[in-house]
Design a protein. Structure first.
Ligand code: F6R
Length: 244
């Protein structure tokens, strides 16, 4: 794992956006997976801006959504689906055949998981995955206690996720389960970027980078990934002892 510290959220997001652009230049049919949420929103916007400016070919890559709130329809502006539509799919005109998102309304969520795992396998694996980190150390909806060996799965959301998750919704919303790629996918991805910004993420970044590796704090898995980069701004890095 490598730690990279940037001046602020903008510089961090710029670097993450460049990573997607570079990948698509070298491998136009790459498989890219992104989280939604506050952290990667600017990365998405900068990626779209750069891709349009530089006329990057975005017709061949495969886009995979990291996770979704079970039971929340895509029309709900708090859903991950809605985020991806607004921030990536519509602005870049990405065709539906390139996009794989969990159907949170599926009658058979387990089947959704198997479909997603098969898609990833059939496409030769994920080239680049960009994730955020929750206030409980989750990645995607890999909540504390999750197995590092999981592929896609449905999971009961942790209390912290249910409470913090309200920030995405205009009105109080019942959140119970998530559907998510697993940490095994992260381990098998060719490159993993974990982004965090702001002072409120300083504690979880310290645990991610300097804490004991274990499934009670899923993001600690980053320490085990040779292809993993923890990319943070100065505020999120402020509790790191190793910072020079
Ligand atoms: C969302 C996701 C979550 C978020 C995390 C941080 O798709 O996978 O794990 O990345 O909860 O959320 P923000 O960026 O809103 O602080």
């Amino acid at each position: 794992m490598e730690l990279k510290i940037y001046k602020d959220h903008h510089h961090l997001s710029d670097a993450a956006a460049n990573a997607i652009i570079e990948l698509l230049k070298n491998k136009p049919d790459a498989v890219v997976c992104l989280a939604s949420g506050e952290t990667p929103r600017l990365t998405c916007r900068l990626f779209v801006e750069k891709a349009l400016q530089q006329k990057t070919d975005t017709r061949l890559f495969t886009f995979i959504g990291l996770d979704e709130w079970v039971g929340i329809p895509p029309s709900n502006d708090g859903s991950c689906h809605y985020f991806f539509q607004q921030e990536l799919i519509q602005p870049l005109g990405i065709s539906s055949g390139q996009v794989y998102l969990f159907d949170a309304l599926s009658k058979d969520p387990e089947e959704e998981c198997r479909k997603m795992d098969k898609t990833i396998l059939d496409k030769g694996g994920i080239d680049l995955v960009i994730v955020g980190i929750g206030m409980n150390g989750h990645i995607g909806f890999n909540e504390p206690g999750v197995s590092f060996e999981n592929y896609s799965h449905v999971i009961n959301l942790d209390e912290t996720t249910i409470t913090v998750g309200q920030k995405y919704f205009k009105t109080a919303t019942t959140l119970q389960k998530g559907i998510t790629l697993g940490l095994k996918h992260l381990q098998q991805s060719k490159k993993v970027l974990l982004l965090a910004n702001g002072a409120k993420k300083a504690g979880v970044i310290q645990k991610t980078v300097e804490g004991r590796v274990g499934n009670d704090f899923p993001a600690s898995i980053m320490q085990t990934l040779d292809q993993g980069f923890v990319m943070v701004d100065e505020e999120a890095a402020s509790l790191l002892g190793q910072r020079k």
